[in-house]
Design a protein around this ligand. Structure first.
Ligand code: C2E
Ligand code: MG
Ligand code: MG
Ligand code: MG
Length: 289
């Protein structure tokens, strides 16, 4: 009987693997066509300065408008794009699109000082990545200092020597560098000080519990204090509620990003958001003066 069960179990397991492999292959095929078919889009999430209330940057977040499945978030396809190497082409597309949209915003009278762009581990190891990105942005008339490249703490920690080298190249070209999902990757202060980084982004898992959860509150406080000590800016990710914002305002945290202010927005909705935040400021200014 046990044998029987074992066999059945094996049978289902195999089916499961087959289904998984099949889905993966389908996705691979569809992904490789998606670039040609122009099925990717960028959504932009505002980063708000706590001092001024202004939008000081945007994070570009890729979406795939799949012909049958609708909008797919990056968690569904970035890992496959990583495996197949398509991420390299997709990454170049992301930079081009983001620069083009920065220019469109400027022409529309809604300029944004900075754009944050994510890099995954494979892109990070792409030999000529920094030079390729530099060429794209200079073609678009964007300064490297307007672009902040984000790498997760765990990506960096996978190969610290390599990371120091690549960060060095990128810094030389003038890019700003950010450590994404900070607090989840087990880096040490001692390692961090070797990196030419500008910004730490506190992972949203710590923001979730503030201020009630005493551990989260202590961790967030400590990260902000440490960042200040190292001369880094801090962005809190995943701010969803007023009480979280109020807690962060009491710290020396430069900026926040999260659903409390805005979800990642498609270009047209971003324009509306920026316009609205402009007119709020204008109204406040005129009622004061
Ligand atoms: P990330 O860089 O840490 O991006 C932040 C993620 O948190 C985004 O998920 C965003 O939609 C989500 N988020 C923002 N505010 C809130 C909030 O208040 N609450 C909650 N619950 N979530 C919030 P998204 O867009 O699904 O992206 C997931 C990850 O995919 C990103 O994490 C990034 O690592 C990766 N990714 C996105 N776009 C790209 C890209 O163009 N290239 C590469 N290589 N990776 C990308
Ligand atoms: Mg990011
Ligand atoms: Mg993050
Ligand atoms: Mg993440």
């Amino acid at each position: 009987e046990a044998k029987q069960r074992g066999r059945n179990h094996y049978h289902f397991y195999t089916q499961d693997i087959n289904a998984q492999t099949y889905r993966h292959l389908m996705l691979e095929n569809e992904l490789s066509r998606a670039l040609d078919r122009d099925e990717f889009q960028l959504h932009y999430q505002p980063q708000i300065s706590l001092a001024t209330g202004k939008v000081e940057g945007l994070e570009a977040l890729v979406r795939w408008e799949h012909p049958e499945k609708g909008y797919l978030n990056p968690g569904h396809f970035i890992p496959v794009a990583e495996d197949t190497g398509l991420i390299e082409q997709l990454g170049l597309w992301v930079v081009r699109r983001a620069c083009a949209d920065m220019n469109r915003l400027e022409t529309t009278g809604l300029p944004v000082p900075r754009m944050a762009i994510n890099l995954s581990p494979r892109q990070f190891r792409q030999a000529d990545l920094a030079a390729q990105y530099a060429a794209i942005i200079s073609d678009a008339g964007i300064q490297a200092s307007q672009i902040e490249l984000e790498l997760t703490e765990s990506t960096i920690m996978q190969d610290i020597d390599k990371a120091v080298e690549i960060f060095g190249d990128m810094q030389q070209l003038g890019f700003r560098l950010a450590v994404d999902d900070f607090g989840t990757g087990y880096s040490s202060l001692n390692q961090l000080k070797h990196f030419p980084i500008h910004t730490l982004k506190i992972d949203r898992s710590f923001i979730r519990g503030i201020p009630q959860d005493r551990d989260d509150a202590a961790i967030v406080k400590a990260i902000v204090a440490m960042a200040k000590g190292l001369g880094l800016e801090v962005v809190a990710e995943g701010v969803e509620a007023r009480h979280q914002l109020d807690f962060l305002k009491g710290l020396d945290c430069e900026s926040v990003q999260g659903f409390y202010f805005s979800r990642p927005l498609p270009y047209d909705e971003l324009c509306e958001y920026l316009q609205a935040s402009e007119s709020v400021k204008a109204t406040t200014a005129s009622s004061q003066g």
